[in-house]
Structures are given as structure tokens and as C-alpha cells.
Design a protein around this ligand. Structure first.
Ligand SMILES: [Zn+2]
Length: 122
């Protein structure tokens, strides 16, 4: 699988670690948007688009963050979630992500390369 196009939208927000959004096209036929380029402690890294885990209130159907103990809409007590669900890495779930390490590295390299080019123009 090849990356055939990478588009970068720079985010010029002070005090934010988010540097840019990327949209990546694979083999000219499939695109993934909202990939984030983030300034981490060890340099830039790429975060895949993710979804915050939610659950529906049994009474009113409102979507609450998984860690909420009460419904944000009607105040109903929500069943305590199992402890394993409080693991921070499980509060967000990637919507699309590379499975193989080599492809993850290839993807990150391509995105950061394009980011540097885009950044150089400004
Ligand atoms: Zn509710």
C-alpha cells in the first residue's frame, strides 16, 4: 500500500501542542482525514483520528463520556464501569490506524516530511 497524497493544514494556535492536521490518500482510492501532528516531549508525532468512548444514558439516551458517573443531561446515576475501562488509553479509540509497525513508521515519516515542507513555506 502506498501513500499517494498527503495534505497538511497547519494549526497556528499558541499554547497548543497540536501543530497541524493531515489528510492522507492511499493508493489514490482511500483517504483518511483528521490525522493530528502533535508536538510531544520527544518531538513531533502523528496521532490517528480517534473517537472518545461514550455510552448512552439508559433513561434519556444522552451520550456521556465513559468516565461519567451521572448522566450529563438528566442526572441519572450510571452503572459504574468496570475498572479496566478507566484505563486512559481505552477512553479514546482509533477510528483507523496502521497494524504493522513498518507501515506506521512509513506513514509517520511521510506525514512529517510533508509537514516540514509545508512549514518551510511559512
Ligand atoms: Zn440521561
Amino acid at each position: 500500500m502506498e501513500i499517494t497524497e498527503t495534505r497538511i493544514s497547519l494549526v497556528g494556535r499558541p499554547n497548543s501542542r497540536l501543530r497541524a492536521y493531515a489528510s492522507v490518500t492511499f493508493d489514490d482510492v482511500f483517504v483518511v482525514r483528521d490525522i493530528r501532528i502533535i508536538e510531544g516531549k520527544k518531538g513531533l508525532f502523528v496521532a490517528m483520528p480517534s473517537k472518545k468512548m461514550q455510552r448512552d444514558c439508559p433513561k434519556c439516551g444522552f451520550k456521556n463520556p465513559i468516565t461519567n458517573r451521572f448522566c450529563g443531561s438528566c442526572g441519572t446515576t450510571l452503572n459504574p464501569v468496570e475498572e479496566k475501562e478507566f484505563v486512559p488509553s481505552q477512553q479514546h479509540r482509533d477510528l483507523a490506524h496502521p497494524i504493522k509497525t513498518e507501515f506506521r513508521e512509513y506513514l509517520q515519516h511521510k506525514i512529517l516530511e510533508e509537514y516540514d515542507l509545508e512549514n518551510g513555506k511559512h
